[in-house]
Design a protein around this ligand. Structure first.
Ligand SMILES: [Zn+2]
Length: 889
């Protein structure tokens, strides 16, 4: 699945909460894949080989009936067959042939299973089950659901499926765990004027009578899929258009609602290039005859989903409208297409055996997407900007609530908690460090071995290490274990000295943690990149283990840089002489080393290992800084400080300082596009306008208001790249008339990108009265079910009064919660609560029934509660330091 997990972080004594995430901090090293040893709920004595599913959805009544035949292999004689099913009626279960023996059916809603009990035991060998079932089609975006949408052509209805992680069981009874791979042959009866799409091309369609409303129906049948997991099945239908092209013999298409397919042209071009790259990289050609990218008009819980051969996207992550889409949307579309296409191999062809290894899917796809985006778009500075992803992971991983990349998953409720920054971004960052250590060619050769060995089957993390080790001859598992089987981040402490004309660095490691004095002492084997700035020798890799390591460079007087090139997953703390020498040369460092130095310094402040002044002094070096990744990171830290200073007297002076810091950088790029702009400048301009608007730059606010008025008169007058920062600034300082105007623009918008821009602008409105109005918007159908939680989280994040947002959402939540997929309500409440640093809110969160509903919910809530407590502590420590530093300026 796509990223954009709700960013929840942090610290609590989870062991005390009885949670299951490697309580002893060190997980047992995993074994190579074995079907018998793979965890899961379902018994393994009966396994599916082939499904033939005939589905009849009723588009008006929003329900469906279905029949399926499942060829199963009985591995041990049994009279009981247990499968997954949720919210399904199961009308009849029979054995095909064999006298059509009927089974008694019992459903277990709690375990999400159906058990079929036969009068006589099924002998070992092949049998076929025949099952008649039925269900409802909800508006909640999970399982098989519907999406009503508005377009320029009017309103429409689309049928959509979303099965990861455990929702195929909402459409048909089956073995809904990833290790039970089987083939699928699907047929669907729907109104004849709809386009129907699934994993494989249709083999044909025949008339199927008329429905109760007199509408002609057709039955569309799809070709048999390869062996695959249930969560990767897809079924979408609607008034869709398709554009397509060919790449290495594969028919690649983009489908969107009528009138919008052409907006998929950029994604289609990207997909054609990416497919050729991946065919070569993985060494196994894309195995299906076609690959469709399907735009879902708004109601989609994730960003996109990697269904094999039929990837679904919320439409603003796939469509690009040249008249209104921003550069940031264009790049995001490429990145998400690349991510989901990487899954066609890593995830779909080779699947993690169980959800404890979800990082194999997600960390890998995130890393691969960055790699292909960087290769095919060299001017995007992709790896440089992936620094922000690494920071996201490190922020979570430094806290006591961090879990290992390979985490224990005991029940369904915990699976979604694994779709987080640890699985995605730490996975990505670790793979990058490992690739640098092994070398690009050896790493790719290892991936080719892995794909070949496990195609159409399953794998564990151990299988990946074995393949990389065989290809590289290096001790991959020894290095990897520290980073994937235990939580946390190594801190490399650096002392430099001059000995006999050589610069000698002594590197020692300890665990880096924030707000976690009881953190267990862990060690890693860290491949550390170290070099001398402006030195004669190139940077080199030193493996730092339990004992201190030494690196020597000829000559003295030039500063050392550790984590050279920012390719490593660790923090660095220099002794004061080394830091001073490095800081002096700040403007001459490469951008990757500049941003890495800045973020490490801030992390040391958070950890209590440095003073706020150390970081703020470092930002004084930014006078000539023009790099997007540096400013994005600095702006993020300024926002964090500003949030902690809510209601504190020091905030006014701090905001003045922030404006003073940012204004010169903005003056250099100006308001409007210039011929010499790079795409980095374009994104930097938007970042700086947003930040200056938030910190109260009067001229920027006035100009945003002026441009908004012009935009109302003539939408083309506001460049797409400026729309988000201008609208957010206008929203932030809105009066009631402006608020109403933004809202009616949001209601009328027919594209998700436009619509969300207007509603996210509303979420910026600061007056307390708007909090109530915004929460009321969430009760309407103005924002799709798939995005309503994100809107409310934005409301908390942007507000001056996140405590009031929390209280209002808490009071009004009943009709909102029913719009969200299972488990998302707890995630949403946790994400809103943790914006606050008020411990009373942590207690309120923990007391909600949503937070106590499951193991997964308890984990999310405990993490948020710990984060609140930690922010409260950090705030008390930070604000006096901040006040002193500002007073001295
Ligand atoms: Zn993914």
């Amino acid at each position: 699945m796509p990223r954009r997990s709700v960013s929840v972080t942090s610290a609590a004594r989870l062991s005390a909460c009885g949670l299951l995430f490697c309580a002893a901090l060190v997980c047992r090293a995993e074994s190579p894949f074995s079907f018998a040893a793979t965890p899961g709920q379902l018994p393994k004595d009966v396994v599916p080989a082939a499904y033939r599913i005939d589905l009849v959805p009723d588009f008006q009544q929003l329900k469906f009936t279905g029949r399926e035949e499942i060829d199963v292999d009985v591995r041990r004689a049994t009279d009981v067959v247990t499968v997954n099913a949720v919210n399904l009626g199961i009308e009849k279960v029979a054995l095909v042939g064999d006298g059509a023996a009927l089974a008694a059916v019992s459903l277990d809603a709690q375990r999400q299973t159906a058990t079929f009990r036969f009068a006589h035991a099924l002998a070992t060998g092949r049998h076929t089950l025949s099952i008649a079932f039925s269900g409802r089609i909800p508006a909640t975006p999970e399982g098989i659901y519907y999406n009503d949408y508005r377009s320029a052509a009017g309103t429409g209805r689309m049928l959509v499926s979303q099965f990861e992680a455990t929702d195929a069981r909402r459409m048909f009874p089956g073995w809904d765990e990833p290790v039970f791979k089987a083939t699928f042959e699907l047929s669907v009866v729907l109104p004849a004027d709809l386009t129907v799409v699934s994993n494989t091309p249709p083999t044909g369609s025949v008339p199927a009578g008329v429905n109760a409303g007199g509408i002609a129906l057709k039955k569309t049948s799809f070709a048999r899929t390869p062996r695959m997991s249930t969560y990767l099945l897809v079924l979408c239908a609607g008034h869709l258009n398709r554009i397509h092209d060919a790449s290495s013999g594969t028919d690649v298409g983009v489908l969107a609602v009528e009138g919008k397919a052409e907006q998929g042209r950029e994604a289609l071009k990207a997909a054609v290039r990416i497919l050729a790259y991946y065919n070569n990289y993985f060494g196994v050609p894309y195995p299906l005859p076609k690959l469709d990218l399907i735009a879902i008009p708004g109601n989609f819980a994730a960003g996109a989903m990697e269904n094999w051969g039929g990837i679904t996207f919320i439409d603003d992550a796939l469509l690009v409208n040249p008249a209104s889409s921003s550069e940031s949307t264009r790049q995001l579309v490429f990145e998400i297409v690349a991510h989901e296409m990487a899954h066609q191999w890593s995830g779909d062809l080779v699947t993690m055996a169980w959800w404890n290894d979800v990082w194999l899917n997600e960390g890998f796809a995130t890393w691969m997407a960055a790699k292909v985006a960087d290769t095919l778009n060299p001017d995007w500075s992709v790896w440089l900007r992936q620094h922000a992803s690494k920071e996201l992971a490190m922020s979570a991983d430094a806290r006591s609530t961090a879990h290992p990349i390979q985490m224990l998953i005991a029940d369904e409720s915990q699976i979604m908690t694994a779709f987080d920054s640890i699985s995605y971004q730490k996975g990505e960052a670790f793979l990058r460090m490992l690739e640098v250590y092994l070398g690009e060619d050896a790493f790719r050769d290892g991936m080719r071995r892995y794909m070949k060995a496990h195609a159409y089957s399953s794998a564990t993390t151990a299988d990946l290490w074995a393949a990389l080790q065989a290809a590289s001859g290096k001790p991959v598992a020894e290095i990897a274990a520290g980073f994937t089987e235990q939580p946390g981040i190594p801190l490399i402490r650096v002392a430099a000295s001059c000995k006999s004309g050589n610069t000698v660095a002594v590197l020692k490691q300890e665990r880096f943690s924030i707000g976690d004095p009881a953190a267990a002492a862990l060690t890693w084997n860290v491949p550390v990149q170290v070099g001398v700035i402006g030195g004669a020798e190139t940077a080199r890799t030193i493996l730092v283990g339990k004992s201190p390591a030494t690196a020597s460079f000829s000559g003295c007087g030039k500063p050392l840089k550790v984590n050279f090139g920012d390719t490593g997953y660790y923090r660095v703390q220099y002794d004061s002489a080394a830091l001073g020498a490095l800081t002096k040369l700040y403007p001459t460092l490469a951008p990757a080393d500049r941003v890495d130095l800045l973020t490490d310094e801030w992390a040391l402040v958070e950890a209590g290992r440095a003073q706020a002044s150390d970081y703020l002094d470092l930002t004084r070096r930014l006078t000539a800084e023009s790099t997007l990744v540096v400013w994005s990171d600095v702006v993020a830290k300024l926002y964090a400080i500003d949030d902690l200073a809510r209601r504190a007297p020091v905030r006014t002076a701090f905001r003045r300082h922030a404006l003073h810091l940012l204004r010169p950088a903005f003056d250099r790029v100006g308001w409007d596009a210039r011929p010499q702009d790079t795409n980095q400048t374009v994104l930097l301009r938007a970042t700086l306008i947003g930040a200056l608007g938030r910190f109260g730059d009067a001229a920027v606010i006035a100009e945003c208001k002026r441009r908004f008025v012009a935009f109302i008169a003539n939408p083309a007058s506001l460049a797409p790249n400026l729309r988000s920062p201008v609208l957010q600034t206008v929203g932030r300082y809105a009066d009631q008339a402006t608020f109403d105007q933004l809202r009616s623009l949001g209601k009328a918008a027919s594209s998700t990108e436009d619509k969300l821009r207007f509603y996210y602008a509303l979420a910026n409105a600061q007056d307390a009265a708007f909090i109530e109005q915004n929460v009321k918007i969430a009760l309407t159908d103005e924002i799709s079910n798939g995005r309503v939680n994100r809107f409310l989280i934005q409301l908390a994040v942007q507000s001056n009064d996140p405590e009031l947002v929390w209280k209002t959402v808490l009071a009004e939540r009943a009709p909102i919660v029913v719009k969200l997929p299972a488990g998302r309500a707890a995630q949403m409440l946790a994400a809103i609560a943790q914006v606050s640093s008020d411990p009373a809110i942590a207690r309120e969160l923990l007391a909600t029934p949503e937070a106590q509903a499951s193991q997964g919910a308890r984990y999310e809530a405990a993490k948020a509660a710990a984060r609140i407590d930690e922010q409260n502590d950090f705030r008390k420590r930070l604000l006096p330091q901040l006040g002193q530093w500002l007073a001295a300026q």
